[in-house]
Design a protein around this ligand. Structure first.
Ligand SMILES: CC(C)(COP(=O)(O)OP(=O)(O)OC[C@H]1O[C@@H](n2cnc3c(N)ncnc32)[C@H](O)[C@@H]1OP(=O)(O)O)[C@@H](O)C(=O)NCCC(=O)NCCS
Length: 174
């Protein structure tokens, strides 16, 4: 099922036949470097795919989605919206991961911006966050490009993250 489309990308639910492309993303150590809970084996990637294939099981409107490069039809990323509880508050993260061969062409920002708009406009979420390793400068740049601002540090069992956030702007027409 399609979630959203941008000029160059289509985001849709993951399907079982995505497994090899998904695992190809995660097995690249540079891609997984700053994602502490990234699947470390093919079978962990398969588990993750199965967990998300109809959206997040507890929040079906959220999840990690296959990110397809429209020109070739290839799966080149996995991006989406993920639920967290942070300091007792429910939060939703804009998550983005693009294959290394496609970095530096604006695709991460293109995906992230469309996901942010989808979260605010279609799902009516009041606020979105990004959780970023302090050394992940490319990710912080993407977060800033989509209007997020650094808010605080957050320490989790998985590690320490910089939390960037942005609230939905009030609609000037209302
Ligand atoms: C983060 C990621 C999605 C960015 O994808 P991308 O398609 O290269 O993103 P874009 O081209 O839209 O933008 C990247 C920006 O970061 C900048 N950037 C890249 N590497 C950088 C670095 N080491 N230091 C500072 N800025 C950097 C680029 O110059 C670009 O900025 P610009 O648009 O002002 O030129 C990609 O690097 C990725 O998938 N990384 C691995 C997974 C990951 O860490 N995801 C985020 C988890 S929080």
């Amino acid at each position: 099922m399609k979630i959203l489309e941008t000029k160059r990308l289509l985001l849709r639910y993951l399907v079982p036949s995505d497994i090899n492309s998904l695992w190809a993303l995660y097995r690249d150590p540079e891609v997984s470097q700053y994602i502490p809970d990234a699947p470390r084996t093919y079978s962990e990637a398969k588990e993750e795919l199965e967990w998300f294939q109809n959206g997040h099981p507890k929040h079906p409107q959220l999840g990690l989605w296959a990110t397809i490069y429209k020109e070739s039809g290839k799966l080149i990323g996995r991006c989406g919206l993920l639920p967290w509880t942070i300091d007792g508050q429910p939060e939703i993260e804009v998550a983005y991961l693009i294959a290394k061969a496609y970095w530096g062409q604006g695709l991460g920002t293109e995906a992230a911006r469309a996901i942010l708009d989808y979260g605010f406009d279609k799902l009516h979420l009041p606020r979105l966050i990004c959780l970023i390793d302090q050394d992940n400068l490319a990710s912080a740049t993407v977060a800033k490009h989509i209007g997020m601002a650094f808010e605080k540090e957050w320490k989790h069992d998985l590690g320490a993250f910089l939390l960037y956030s942005r609230s939905k702007e009030p609609n000037p027409g209302h």
